[in-house]
Design a protein. Structure first.
Length: 442
């Protein structure tokens, strides 16, 4: 799979070095030996894909890195990327029994990465678990983690799966939207290539945006999996938001990951306080912006970003402006911007502007990062697929929608959670499809 669209820039790689260095071989064994191999494995229960954490760690301790990687991949085909992007503090490592004993939890993410890095270095391939052919053809719309997991599970079990992606490269947010210092775009594409080797087919540069396109897929495939993610970033809905110096957070991250944005200068204001907002703010700092503000209309205690992400942003030099919201963006003749803001407070659960609290921030770029809009336009074309609060309603056990031919998973179902949640949703849907065919042919 071509990576021609991705940058090979030594300076960019230096700026976006990984947050945590990998474990060396001896350190990995020492860390693996700390694991208590708990019989009830709360770490495994806390993982949405239920990776056998004690099992893969035990294999690292005994020097069986291949076996460790295979144990991870059995549960989570995107185990390499999840080892880098999962918020382990609130998942597996947060559930480690060591925490209850006021001891440092096992470094599960770094151990998982150690096993997966060894897998890549060895040139290993993931074997299919079924040799017989299953008469099932599925199309997965969107190529993010949910679709990749669904397609991989189907092909590993002997079925056929085709992933359809509107962009040049597959991988969804792993390729285009996750900060480079967490997950390199080349690593995401490498993981996609591993999935392609399982027999998954990819059709990139194709947008499914009409009822006619859906009907054509319905005629070609037995099932359709919707791994659409979320829609476009939400607008600020203020005067001037279409100015040239306004770029939303996902656009910014995709621009530097694909080499279209290599440096920044001056002052950048990121509006929002979620994890994506922090990724954008950190990226601006690493690309050279002298001053980066994060503007949030609520208080520090109400921000949606994880605590460790917040602490990281402060270490990067990002400055936070709380209880302040933008009201307008003004352009100067030479391209510089002015972001007009006002202080706000909560009154009976509503935000109220404080009189005479206006302030102007002179800046070079404004980055909206206030969440993504639910993707509903295409879905309104579909029959018997229920939408609730902008999300696709599915059976939680199977991922099936009200239309027997359609399944769904990932952000378009859960509203925007973690990569590992999307993987779990995609795999769950694939298992349900296979079960349907098995029952039909029984």
């Amino acid at each position: 799979m071509s990576t021609a669209a991705l940058p090979d820039d030594e300076q960019l790689r230096a700026r976006f070095g990984e947050l945590k260095p990998p474990l060396m071989a001896q350190a990995a064994v020492i860390e693996a030996d700390r694991c208590l191999n708990c019989f009830d494995a709360p770490c495994t229960a806390a993982c949405p894909t239920h990776i056998d954490v004690p099992g893969f760690i035990k294999r690292i301790a005994s020097g069986n890195l291949r076996g460790s990687a295979m144990r991870i991949l059995d549960a989570n085909i995107l185990g390499a990327s999840c080892a880098r992007v999962c918020p382990v503090d609130v998942l597996c490592e947060g559930a480690c029994v060591m925490v209850r004993q006021n001891r440092k939890p096992i470094q599960i993410a770094l151990l998982q990465r150690h096993a997966m890095d060894a897998f890549w270095a060895s040139g290993e391939r993931v074997p299919a678990v079924a040799q017989r052919s299953v008469k099932l053809r599925a199309a997965c719309i969107g190529s993010g983690p949910a679709s990749l997991a669904c397609a991989a599970e189907l092909c590993r079990k002997g079925a056929q799966a085709t992933v359809i992606e509107r962009r040049e490269l597959p991988g969804g947010l792993n390729t285009y939207g996750v900060a480079e210092y967490k997950l390199k775009a080349t690593d995401s594409v490498r993981e996609v290539e591993m999935i392609r080797q399982l027999g998954v087919k990819f059709r990139c540069g194709i947008e499914v945006d009409s009822a006619a396109a859906l009907e054509a897929l319905e005629a070609e495939f037995d099932f359709i999996f919707l791994g659409l993610g979320l829609g476009a970033m939400q607008r600020l809905n203020i005067p001037g938001e279409y100015a040239e110096g306004v770029m939303n957070a996902l656009e910014l991250i995709a621009a530097y990951k694909t080499g279209h944005l290599r440096e920044m200068h001056g002052t950048v204001v990121v509006v929002g306080a979620g994890n994506t907002a922090i990724d954008a703010a950190n990226a601006a700092r690493r690309l050279g912006a002298q001053t980066v503000y994060m503007l949030y209309r609520r208080s520090e205690s109400e921000m949606s970003a994880f605590e460790f992400e917040y602490e990281h942003a402060k270490q990067e030099g990002v400055q936070f402006l709380w209880n302040r919201m933008p009201v307008a963006i003004r352009e100067e003749a030479h391209g510089r911007l002015h972001l007009d803001t006002v202080q706000v407070r909560q009154v009976d659960g509503r935000l109220e502007q404080i009189p005479d609290s206006q302030a102007d921030i002179a800046c070079d770029l404004v980055v909206p990062a206030i969440g993504q809009s639910p993707l509903t336009e295409l879905l309104q074309e579909l029959r018997n697929i229920e939408m609730r609060d902008g999300r696709i309603v599915v059976d939680r056990a199977t991922g099936q929608t009200g239309n027997a031919k359609y399944f769904a998973g990932g952000d378009c179902v859960n509203g925007g959670r973690e990569v590992v949640d999307a993987v779990a949703g995609g795999k769950r849907a694939a298992i349900a499809m296979l079960k349907r065919v098995e029952v039909a042919h029984a």
